[in-house]
Design a binder for this molecule. Sequence first.
Ligand code: PLP
Length: 612
Amino acid sequence: MAAGMGTRFGSMTEDIPKGFIPAGDRPMVLRSIETLKACGIERIIIGTGYHKEKYESLAQEIPCVECVFSPRFAETNSMYTLYHCRECIGDDDFLLLESDLVFEPRAITELLACSEPDVMLITPVTKFQDQYYVESDAEGRLTRCSVHREEVNAKGELVGIHKLSHVFYKRMCEDYEQQLPGADKLGYEYQLLRMSQSVMPVHVHCASHLHWYEIDDAQDLAFAEKHVIPFLPTKLNDMNIKRNVLLNPGPATTTDTVKMAQVVPDICPREKEFAGMMKQLRSDLLKVVHAPSDRYTSVLFCGSGTINIDICLNSLLPEGKKVLVVNNGAYSTRAVEICQYYGLPHIDLKSSVYEPAPLDAVEQALNENPDIALVYTTHHETGTGVLNPIREIGALAHAHGAIFVTDTTSSLGMIPLDVVKDNVDFCMASAQKGLMAMTGLSFIIGNERVIRESKDYPRRSYYCNLYLQYDFFERTGEMHFTPPVQTIYATIQALKEYFAEGEEAKFARHHRVYEALHDGLDQLGFQTVIKREWESGLVVSVLYPNDENWNFERVHDYCYEHGFTIYPGKISTTNTFRLCSLGAIDTPDIEAFFVVLRDALVATGVSIPIRY
Ligand code: PLP
């Protein structure tokens, strides 16, 4: 629908209708047409008004576009224009959308996939002005809408994209005719509500983690360009990728744009163009952890996250010195094993896996062992969900003249980290967790002076040496050996999206997903293992029920078949499974997950509430 005047844009809409305002590199209407075509829509009807000639020339250029002019556009509203299109629409079911929207293709594919014939698309409430709040009943039928949040029990906010059947539309128009001429100024969303309340239900579909924006003025446009357009695909050839919700601790659910970023022309990674991309990537990684570029550098490796642990430990220990591994979980135990494999002198400072590492024991070990040159711990012990006090451990290491290395594989990009304030000399991650990119790329961010000094430390590995890789990057701009080319493209897109979402907003999203996980577990009666105040907010370890019918594999398989992945626990002394809040997911995914989990429990005969 494109009949409006677009006056809030001032001079920007003097000569063009609102839909022609460029958002990013293309007018909004062109973006919408391209997206609709990519989603298989074959006919596009535009209800026109203000500067109709612009749309008419577009229709000349794009064969699937037709226009219907609404002559009274200036004194009527959107329902009138929609009503005016009835002959052109004929007996087809159709999608109805606004001309001033930018949105991901998933808005369309999810609506098309809904089994209900008449559907209003909403998303969780995120914007701060101009929303249209939508309420639905237990069956998901539209019951109430309002621009005032306090008037409704809002399930979400209207996007401005609907799917309507021709049967519904016919009755909608008949009903509207009865109200004319008094209803000239009715917005069609109110007519949809009226229909749903008294004639035929409209179902509400809440899309999770959907990027979209309604652009009403220059401020909206600026917001959309910064926070939404980076998530919109530039290539639209095959966007119908099944969306799985991964509740395992990584690899995490990714956006379609990150998936698609890997489909690129073949390139030899020894080209200057590729080296230039890696240079930018290395510098963007520093920004994620607020590392000043005059003191820190990032070094990329081809491999899974464990390669970082291996590299830091074998490369950063001077001759005759010791590693202190502050060990309260499976990932620090992995670091101990690496020390054992390389024969590195080390202390395995073990403590309870259920609690954060004890600072007094760290201090005592440092006091008793002046030859400790490297203190190591895991920031977020992914096996349990316990978060360690790295700032304090780093301070103790520095006070004793040691460097501090921390495994931030399952926290970086999700829990804000500031390497300077947090006393971190080296941190690490792989691209597929917090950054929501793909597997195969890992990176270490660390103190450049220490890396240079490590040139003279014993060389314990050829492939996995930090100085060698750093030096090769510095001299050539390239990885020493073949990089994971497509994963690097995906990571560049993922970082673009990371900065568009913003550190605080992303942290808040992971946290609300985590809260939703706890709420859902509480409602079913599940017990969790770690004290809430010690949890990272990214992993919840759930105790197995004491129920003879409980079978993790069967519950997992049921959830998997319905698009949700749950994960086994990693605590050797307690039977647990894990639910995680990583990835491009949001609370509606968790609500949908608990519907499936409940069904899985019923199907496998597990008692609800859960028995212990
Ligand atoms: N460290 C931590 C804390 C992790 O959570 C993981 C993966 O789950 C890793 C390291 C690396 O594991 P991988 O080599 O399987 O990527």
